[in-house]
Design a protein around this ligand. Structure first.
Ligand code: SF4
Length: 236
């Protein structure tokens, strides 16, 4: 059984705990290696900046689905240089992508929820499972304010979909204002698409800009109903 599962009683975390406090509370719970998931969103860039004093103690990984925007690679490069980071990149299994595209074409994800989940599984979920192998916990930039699917997000969770390892979400309670104020004050490298109406950025063909007043993740798989709009990386 996983270490996290054996010993874990999750403490109550109040909304006034800082992201760094939340990170440290999580680290106290289980001994072992932690990794931070980076999609190069404003949240992930802010999170890396907030945890910069701890970067020697965690690895950072990213998943290149093969369908990302150029703007995302530009942030990745800027961020790498600013902090001297080494990013552990993960790619989908080439045989799985080849089979998918030969059998179903390049846009099968638009045809049904099942096809979309199949593509997300091949390009995101399976690489994530490999990325988390050997770790007792992972760290994400998830926030409650991002979506109706995340309103009950907890800062510390047992990730039952990934072997019961600990999941630390230090930005759980942060508002949009807090994230953007920090990013601007620190002049952090920000994905240009955020300024073009993309609060949430995923693969290029599955993300559009949102209208004022729309949910922040309304531009992700916009052709599907709201409750389906998670890719499987953050199933709970
Ligand atoms: Fe495929 Fe779209 Fe999911 Fe990316 S977001 S993995 S292109 S379905």
């Amino acid at each position: 059984m996983n270490t996290a599962k054996r010993m874990m009683t999750l403490p109550e975390i109040q909304a006034n705990n800082s992201p760094e406090d939340i990170y440290l509370r999580g680290r106290e719970l289980v001994i072992g290696r932690f990794t931070l998931a980076c999609s190069f969103s404003v949240e992930d860039v802010v999170l890396i900046d907030l945890l910069k004093a701890h970067l020697h103690d965690i690895t950072i990984f990213a998943i290149d689905t093969g369908r990302l925007n150029e703007e995302t690679y530009e942030v990745a490069e800027d961020l790498t240089q600013r902090y001297g980071l080494k990013i552990d990149w993960y790619f989908p299994r080439s045989e799985a992508v080849e089979r998918l595209e030969r059998e179903k074409g390049l846009f099968s994800f638009r045809e049904s929820v099942e096809n979309r989940k199949e593509c997300c599984h091949i390009r995101k979920v399976e690489p994530l499972q490999r990325a988390l192998r050997g770790y007792v916990g992972w760290i994400t930039g998830l926030r409650r304010a991002q979506s109706v699917t995340r309103v009950d997000q907890h800062p510390l969770e047992i990730d039952q979909t990934n072997n019961g390892i600990l999941k630390i979400n230090p930005l759980t309670f942060w508002s949009d204002d807090q994230v953007w104020t920090h990013a601007e004050q620190r002049r952090l490298p920000i994905n240009k698409l955020h300024k073009l109406g993309y609060p949430s950025i995923g693969c290029a063909p599955c993300t559009r800009a949102v209208q004022p007043g729309e949910d922040q993740r309304a531009g992700r798989w916009w052709w599907e109903s709201t409750e389906h709009r998670e890719c499987g990386l953050h199933r709970r």
